[in-house]
Design a protein around this ligand. Structure first.
Ligand code: HEC
Length: 210
């Protein structure tokens, strides 16, 4: 059970005081903004490395624009500001906004960990999957129901190692891939209809012996 729901159900708002920083609401909120940015806004703004914003009063001018693409930010000034800051960071640093989220040791993500990396309605996912050295690997997705998804695996340099569309069967999708450039990678998924990702596993591909 998530902390938020424990608190909501039991009314233990004092509990917040004892939650470690990794679970603080602020941190969760920012992760949510990064996920929204890197799935929805990324369609146009990914890898925009122009170094500066077009206007000095860009934040004031961009509110309508942000709401057009993410209506759920309506009335949430803090969310609009975070999305704006994330674009600013990308333009300045030419990099993804850093996410504070350790990669599970065996590279198996499930349950509440995955819930942090999804947008609420459309269930787009953006998951930092950590550092890879060159080699052959395989992604396995386990979904709540059969669906068609678009999957991306993107390097920190914005190079796509995977960019394709997949239909699941028996609620599973298997994606072999090759890493040529070492570095940090991100997995992104757009399902055709909202679906829960139950498990994501990334394993090195066993070399075939003939
Ligand atoms: C369909 C394409 C598209 C999508 C999706 C999109 N934008 Fe934009 N955005 C643009 C274009 C085009 C501009 C104006 C040119 C520019 O500066 O890149 C712009 C400008 C901006 C600006 C002003 C930047 C500046 O340099 O002054 C901000 C801030 C911004 N967008 C944020 C967002 C956020 C946040 C999202 C996601 C909720 C988003 N945009 C989604 C196309 C898009």
């Amino acid at each position: 059970m998530k902390w938020q729901s424990v608190i909501r159900c039991l009314g233990l708002s004092g509990l917040f005081l004892f939650i470690s920083p990794a679970f603080s609401t602020e941190d969760t909120a920012f992760t949510e903004s990064v996920v929204i940015f890197n799935t929805i806004c990324a369609k146009c703004h990914e890898a925009q490395c122009s170094g500066r914003l077009s206007f000095d009063d860009a934040f004031e001018r961009s509110s309508d624009h942000i709401l057009r693409y993410y209506g759920q930010a309506s009335g949430k000034q803090w969310l609009q500001k975070e999305l704006f800051d994330i674009l600013y960071y990308m333009k300045e640093k030419c990099a993804y906004y850093p996410m504070q989220s350790p990669v599970p040791i065996k590279r198996i993500w499930s349950g509440d960990i995955l819930e942090k990396f999804t947008t609420l309605m459309a269930r787009n996912y953006f998951i930092p999957v950590g550092n890879f050295s060159p080699g052959a690997y395989r992604i396995e997705l386990e979904l709540e129901k059969d669906v068609k998804v678009t999957a991306h695996l993107i390097s920190e340099e914005f190079e796509m190692a995977i960019d394709d569309c997949y239909q699941s069967s028996d609620q599973r999708i298997n994606i072999p891939f090759l890493i040529e450039e070492p570095g940090d990678y991100y997995f992104r998924m757009y399902p055709r209809e909202a679906v829960e990702l139950i498990r994501l596993t990334i394993t090195p591909q066993e070399s075939e012996v003939h």
